[in-house]
Write a protein that binds this ligand. Sequence first.
Ligand SMILES: Cc1ncc(COP(=O)(O)O)c(C=O)c1O
Length: 398
Amino acid sequence: MNTNSQSDGFGDGDVPIELLRKRAFNLRWAEQAADVIPLTAADPDFPCAKVIRDAICDYAKSGVFSYGPSEGLMEFRAAAAVMLQTRKGMPNAQKEQVLAVNSAAKGMHIVAKTVLRTGDEALVFDPVDFLFAHTVTGVGGVPVRVPIDPDSGELDFIAIERAITPRTRLLMICNPVNPVGRVLKRAELQRLGEIACAHDLAILSDEIWSDIVFAPHQHVAIASLSAAIARRTYTVHGLSKTFGLAGLRVGFVHVGDAQRYEAMVAISNVRSTVEGVATLSQIAATAALQFAWPWAEAFVRHLTAQRDLALRQLREVEGLFVREPEGCYVLFPEVRLWGDETELARNLLTKHRIAIVPGAPRWFGEGAKGHIRLTFATSQAVLREGLQRLCSGLRDLR
Ligand SMILES: Cc1ncc(COP(=O)(O)O)c(C=O)c1O
């Protein structure tokens, strides 16, 4: 019995299913039939920390919603810089080099637009979240896939070096890696950083998952490794995964070089007021970064128990191989014995009323084939029901 999380905001009664059916889109409750359990998009089923809700209410009560500063509220940029300094080993992070962005996804887009010209190449893990390749093609660049073993999560450094051409400008890192759940080790990051320096590549390090890490693993920020690496690294953060604020569309990008920062702001369109982040979202994000860490730590404790529950049950299904994730609240089982993963996902949904994400190229790249992804950021009761459907569905469909 997961007694801890039953009492600290992560109990079975804390998942507001009726509200989620109205508000949780992106393949989740609001987009599924009423009898379906969605273990799909990686978005928590729990309401955010009370301290964040209170900050939103306090700010909103005044009714004053004037334009904010174009690069973001200084209190938000400062909270982000302090977070990088104190939690991510980046003592030189500057608030003046933090740009508030409308989601991590938007931050990735702005970085790609700053670094890439039409036809320039960016190295993108395979498998990895679809946003990476999508971001590159969206600005006229060419994503060049570099393999990660989907089962061991190992990087192939020889393939990475070989993939570099005179058109390569950007190395894109996802750490921890969604969907494989690897937390990259210091030595791996050091090697990636050295490759970037040797070939004069900018680095986009998406660290949105960096606080969803399971002991004894520890996240290392690539920008913390050396001044040379920090200068070329755009560190992207969002508030969706750790704090459950996806709908508020808020995140930030820090880059360790003032000129690169200026170029990014110029490209971002924030100075024209065409772009920018809602002040209310920044208020929520500031409260999260300043005060919601105890909530986030309790969330990770709950997730650790959820991960272990899911691993135990899935490993009882004959023929299924599932690696223990070191970070991210997703599992990425190998399901090759079941045939095509998209067909499997369709059958699980229609016959067993459980929605998962197939490891189709569209979602994660060719390297995800033969896998499915499921999230476990829900209550123990919902996860138990979801796993029961998934496991009996898998046994049935084999
Ligand atoms: C690696 C990664 N980056 C970015 C995002 C998007 O984050 P945001 O909601 O802040 O745009 C996701 C969401 O799944 C993700 O997994």
